[in-house]
Write a protein that binds this ligand. Structure first.
Ligand SMILES: NC(=O)c1ccc[n+]([C@@H]2O[C@H](COP(=O)([O-])OP(=O)(O)OC[C@H]3O[C@@H](n4cnc5c(N)ncnc54)[C@H](O)[C@@H]3O)[C@@H](O)[C@H]2O)c1
Ligand SMILES: O=P(O)(O)OC[C@@H](O)[C@@H](O)[C@H](O)[C@H](O)CO
Length: 386
């Protein structure tokens, strides 16, 4: 079996590539990072190390890579051959790889009727459906009709903390021991997959929302509030009493929404929260607030980890969730010189002011209690910083 995976970064090598290889796939990575691509082709293997006391090491073998920036025709050929395609490139990159995927699928459809599934393993709701939309923009009406039965785009939820790496071995990835990969089987075409460690479900919504609005809401809360308090490592920030209080409060608020919406038992959800806070405290993971807080405009989107649970909380309980509002306020103060979105956000705040930025992001009325609360908390954080 042959799998093509877009994105040989942290989650690509440290999670998806590893699981696919352990499930019997020969994995080929497509990436624009020439150094990583060359090293993968040179060694044909890389190591994954668990961030725990034992530092258990696994070698992922039988791999190859394509530099998709210069060899798009090789990627198209790999799409023709593939038994599975996965991505972990970041939500903003899906539209960029879509034309290449469309071209590959056209070539494939011309010579084969073998079904194929394409799974976006990104932190977003409906990632594969979004990729499908972007791929379909490059097809004719006739192609769209015939591709519907040939190619599946099952949504998925992926969970494993993989920080940025700074190892001497450029291919080595250190990952947390925990992992979860949930795939929506109703959108699958052809024979169901057997991916070791992955769970197939009919309805992904409870899984992706629980993950995004707990793991990623909590993580973002540590990154943004931790930054305001001057912390860098995530594991240090969460140990701070004030940071911890806001993070825990935000998770109680998003938790109230999730429990109500999906009928999880409160006890079960509290255990889920505690487990996640334990994962954030893992002292063997060196993760930075700049990575976890990256792309603040994406994270401040209305379907993402901060505003989505905050708005749902307001709609359900008719009051603004104070802790989520504090986290959003802290996100507005996030600065990172290497992060285009952080620079853009700071520029908009300077030029247009906080209320205009918030209403643009959410379409909420400037007098909405969420906007008012965020503005109040934003001013308080600003005073604290000055
Ligand atoms: N790291 C984690 O803890 C984690 C966990 C779960 C999900 N995710 C999700 O996985 C995705 C990737 O995150 P990551 O942490 O691995 O990021 P990363 O930056 O380590 O990896 C992204 C990779 O994509 C490559 N890339 C960029 N543009 C490309 C293009 N046009 N074509 C092919 N490759 C391209 C980059 O060179 C890089 O190697 C994101 O959506 C993220 O939210 C990350
Ligand atoms: O990848 P992002 O930018 O959406 O979010 C940053 C982190 O919260 C994220 O990568 C987590 O480490 C991951 O989602 C854990 O499963």
């Amino acid at each position: 079996m042959f799998a093509l995976h877009f994105g040989a970064g942290n989650i690509g090598r440290g999670f998806i590539g590893l699981l696919l290889q352990q499930s019997g796939y020969e994995v080929c990575f497509a990436d624009v990072n020439a150094e990583i691509v060359d090293l993968l082709n040179e060694r044909k293997e890389y190591k994954v190390e668990l961030a725990n006391k034992e530092q258990t090491e696994t070698t992922v073998t039988n791999i190859s890579a394509i530099n998709s920036a210069i060899n798009s025709e090789f990627v198209e050929e790999a799409i023709v051959q593939a038994d599975l395609i996965t991505t972990a490139v970041g939500p903003n990159i899906l539209a960029i790889i879509a034309p290449m995927i469309a071209k590959g699928l056209k070539k494939r459809a011309a010579i084969s009727t073998k079904p194929l599934n394409i799974i976006a393993c990104e932190n977003m709701i409906g990632g594969s459906a979004f990729l499908k939309e972007k791929v379909y923009e490059h097809l004719t009406g006739e192609e769209r009709n015939s591709f519907d039965s040939l190619y599946g785009f099952p949504n998925s939820a992926v969970d494993r903390i993989v920080p940025n790496q700074s190892n001497d071995d450029k291919l080595l990835v250190k990952v947390e021991p925990f992992f979860e990969w949930v795939i929506e089987q109703t959108a699958w075409v052809g024979e169901k997959p057997s991916i070791k460690g992955a769970t197939l479900v009919d309805d992904l919504a409870p899984f992706i929302e629980r993950k995004l609005f707990t793991v990623n809401t909590g993580h973002a809360a540590i990154a943004y509030v931790g930054s305001v308090y001057g912390f860098h490592p995530i594991a240090e920030a969460i140990q701070n009493e004030q940071v911890n209080q806001i993070v825990s409060g935000a998770l109680q608020e998003s938790g109230k929404v999730l429990v109500k919406k999906y009928g999880f038992s409160n006890e079960q959800h509290q255990a889920y929260i505690q487990k996640i806070i334990g994962r954030f405290k893992n002292e063997y993971i060196i993760d930075d607030v700049k990575r976890v807080g990256r792309s603040p405009l994406r994270k401040l989107g209305i379907h993402d980890r901060l505003f989505a649970p905050a708005i749902e909380y307001f709609n359900e309980f008719q009051e603004a969730p104070v802790n989520l509002c504090k986290v959003i306020a802290a996100a507005l103060l996030f600065t990172s010189n290497d992060d285009q979105e952080a620079l853009e956000l700071q520029k908009s705040l300077k030029n247009d002011g906080v209320v205009a930025v918030l209403t643009r992001l959410t379409n909420l009325d400037p007098n909405h209690s969420i906007i008012q609360t965020v503005v109040e908390e934003y001013k308080q954080f600003q005073n604290q910083l000055s």
